[in-house]
Design a protein around this ligand. Structure first.
Ligand SMILES: [Fe+2]
Length: 314
């Protein structure tokens, strides 16, 4: 039986075989999506935080056993430096005089209850250190053996699809600097930055990848001297910030073709140093960019082993 012919869409070929000009969509259709919400900005990823520690054994108990992160199985296998994976970010932990980030490092963990159980199990092993934690509504603050604060959250839409990772690093900064710091990132680094009122001053938030940010929270409390810890970011426009930093005398290291560093966040208008925090800036052509990182599923155990569940998809 012959099927009835389907109605065919109107041809977009004009008479004579010429293709009709594409028609612009109606404005009411174009407004259906928030296109700006898809923008990432010039910093495309917050990759790692580097903190000196004074013992790999203690670091292992904290970062791997208590926090549930995974030692990088491929790079830095020795006893002087450990790279630790959490989702698509890392901690770099070389031996040395311990460093303490002046603020807090945001962490997303798959399960806060499981985190609390691990913290309790590890407590006796870290009893002679500053290791402690406290539960709040919506997050858990963990103090590492040397005094760094990890602010741990459950996965949330504000952190994108992150099931485990480092959604933000939040620095405490002197009162009156947040607006200038936001301008520094906008004008020098090319990263979108906003400023809002916080509970003790203003807070600058710098977009730093999908679901990631650098935050600068004003405080009236005295801040300890900067001790040299660093953060590492990847930049899509690598040369633009470099040129602008160089013009202002702010580049502190020309590491290699893929990386440079700066320390001082200076006001673009007057060059006044607002804050110090070393940034390792890498291009997206850096060989380590988007390197796959191994992450373990901490619910896996030898006593209740499930084939195929060793790795946590991130
Ligand atoms: Fe680094």
């Amino acid at each position: 039986m012959k099927r009835p012919a389907k109605a065919r869409p109107a041809s977009r070929t004009a008479a004579g075989g010429r293709k009709a000009a594409p028609r612009a969509v109606d404005l009411s259709i174009a407004g259906r999506f928030d296109r700006a919400a898809e923008d990432v900005g010039n910093i495309v990823a917050l990759d790692h935080v580097n903190l000196l520690v004074d013992g790999q054994r203690t670091a292992t108990m904290c970062y791997l056993v208590a926090m549930g992160f995974t030692r990088d199985p491929y790079l830095m296998p020795g006893v002087d430096l450990m790279w630790v994976n959490l989702g698509r970010s890392q901690f770099h932990l070389p031996n040395g005089e311990p460093q303490i980030l002046r603020g807090r490092i945001g962490i997303v963990v798959p399960d806060c209850a499981a985190l609390l159980a691990r913290l309790e199990r590890v407590r006796p092993r870290l009893a002679c250190t500053r290791f402690v934690w406290r539960e709040y509504t919506g997050h858990v603050d963990v103090t590492c053996p040397w005094g760094n604060t990890f602010r741990c959250h459950a996965p949330d839409a504000q952190y994108g699809p992150m099931a485990l990772g480092m959604p933000y690093v939040e620095f405490d900064v002197p009162a009156g600097t947040a607006d200038g710091i936001a301008r520094f990132y906008r004008d020098i680094i090319g990263a979108p930055a906003t400023v809002a009122a916080g509970c003790s001053g203003r807070v600058a938030t710098v977009a730093s990848g999908i679901g990631q940010s650098l935050r600068f929270r004003e405080t009236k409390a005295p801040l300890p001297a900067y001790d040299g810890h660093h953060v590492q970011v990847y930049a899509a426009d690598f040369s633009g910030p470099h040129r602008r930093l160089l013009e202002r005398g702010l580049v502190t290291e020309e590491s290699d073709r893929h990386q440079y560093r700066f320390v001082s966040l200076a006001g673009p208008a007057d060059g006044r140093a607002l804050y110090e925090a070393e940034h390792e800036v890498r291009s997206m052509r850096h060989p380590l960019y988007a390197r796959p990182l191994a992450n373990r599923d901490t619910t896996q155990s030898n006593m209740a082993y499930r084939q195929g569940h060793d790795a946590l998809p991130v």
